[in-house]
Ligand binder design. Sequence first.
Ligand SMILES: [Zn+2]
Length: 537
Amino acid sequence: MLLVVDQMRGDYIERYGHQWTKGLRRLVKQGAWYRQAAYTYMNTITCAGHSTISTGSIPATHGIILNAWWDRETGKQVSCTEDPKAQTISYGAPAKGGHSAFRLEVPTLADELRAQLSGKTRVVTMATKARAAIMLAGRRADAATWFDSGSGAWVTTSAFAAAPVPFIENFVKSHPVERDFGKTWTRVLPETAYLFEDAGTGERPPAGWSETFPHFLGGQSEKPDAQFYRLWGVSPFADDYVGEMAAAAVDALELGKGRGTDYLAMSFDALDSVGHAYGPQSHEVQDTLVRLDATIGKLLAHLDSAVGAKNYVVAFSADHGVAPIPERMMREGIETGRTSTSEIVARVEKALEPLLGAGKHVARMNYTDLYFMPGVYAKLQADATAMAAVRGAISEVPGVWRTYRSDELHSAKGASDLLMKAAALSYYAGRSGDIVVVPRPNWILVSDAKTIPAGSATTHGTSNGYDQHVPVILMGQGIKRGEYIDAASPADIAPTLAYLCGITLARADGRVLTEALQLPPAVQENSAKSSESAKKR
Ligand SMILES: [Zn+2]
C-alpha cells in the first residue's frame, strides 16, 4: 500500500508530530523513518512526484517534468495526463476530457507486479486529483478513481475501464460528497495545541473562506455548487473520503486475500490546497495533518482486521514540500519575494525585438521553463551575443538566480554545480523548455507578482530544501523499524517494494533501502561476514 500526502514537508514530522496519536504516529514510531529523505531533482511538482514514487525513476527518465508543458509538435499546452484517445467515465454528472498515463515513459511498480507475478495482482488507486490517481496506477487498473471538481463527480477513464466499476459506483452512490455540504471545518485540538498564529502573515485564503477558523463548507447558493466542490477539495473532508473509499476497496475486492500481491495506492490531496493558501506554519496545515492522522489510523486498523498486520507493507511519502510564505520570511529579515514569469517573458521579448524584429518570439513560459516560437532558439544558439542578451534580460527580473540553456542541461546530470545538476535531473529532451529559470532561495515563481490570486500564498517546485525534503517511511512485513539518517529519496520506494515482492523493475533510478529490510538470519550473517572480509582486504 502506498500513501502519498500532497505537499507534506519532511519537517512536519519534527514540527507537528507531537500533535499526532493515531496513523501518522504509528508510521513514525513503528516504521522505518528516513529522516533526511529528499527528492534529487528540481521540479518538485505533483505529477512529477507521484510518477517518481510509482516508478522509482526521476523525471529525466520517466518524462513527467511538470503538471503541464508546452507541446512543440501541436503548439499547445498539454497536461501530464491528458489523452486525446481516452474518455472520462463519470460516476455522477457528465465530465469532460480524457486521461491516461500514456505520457509516462516507464512502467510503474503496479504495472510490473501485474506483468511479472503469476498470481493476479489487483491495482486500485484513488485521489482527488487525476494526476495523482493515474500516475500511482500506470497503464491498467481495476479501479483508479478521482474527483472532477468541475462537474462535482467522481470519475475514471476509458483507459482503465470500459464502464463504471460497480463497487466504486455503489460506494459513490452511498457516500455522496454532498453529505458534507453545510458542514463547518473547525480545529480538532484545543486552540492552544497549535503552533504559530491562526491569521498568519501573508495568508491568502481561498474565495469563500477567511484567514481564521471556522471555515464553512457551503456554496454561493443554497445548493452544492462550483464553490462548494472547490472548497471541499481544500478541506480535510476530502481526505476522509479517500480513506473511506480505500477501506471499501479492501472489502469489495478482498484485497490482500487473493492469489497475487495486490497494490493499493492513494493520495491525500487536501494538504496541497490548504498549504498553498495558508502556508506551512498555519493552523489549517496543522489541523489537516491531525485529521489525516485519524484517517490513516482508521485505514491501517481496517487493514489489520481485514488482511492481518503481517500481510501488508506500507510506504508513506509526499510528492513535494512547500516554500514558506514570502511575507512571513520578510518579517524575519530574510530576503524573499515573488518572481513574475510574465515579467520574464516581457523582458525576453524586449531583448529580442532589435535582434529578430517585432512579433511574438516566446511561445510560452511554463513555471521554470521558457519555450520559444519555432526557429527562435536555433537562431540564439548560432548567435552568442543574442543568447547573452536574452539571459541577461531574464537575470534582471527580481528573484532570478540562474538561467540554464536546454543544450547545457542535456548533459549536466553529473554537473558539479548542484543547482544545474538538479535542473538536469528534471530535464527531458523535447518536453523541457529552451531556457530554464531558477529562482533564488525563498523566492517563489508566480505568473504575476502584482496580482496574487485567492488560495495562492505560496508554492513549490524548486530544488530548495523545503521543496525537496519529504517523508519516506516504510512499515510492515519485511521492514525493520527505526530512524534512519541514510540518504534516501522517494525514488527508492518502488525499488524497495519490488524487492520485497520478488520482482525486477525494468528501469529504476532509486535504490533498494537495504538497511531497512528485515533480512532472514542467514542473509544477515553472510552480509556481516562479507563486510568484515571487505574491511580486512
Ligand atoms: Zn501544489
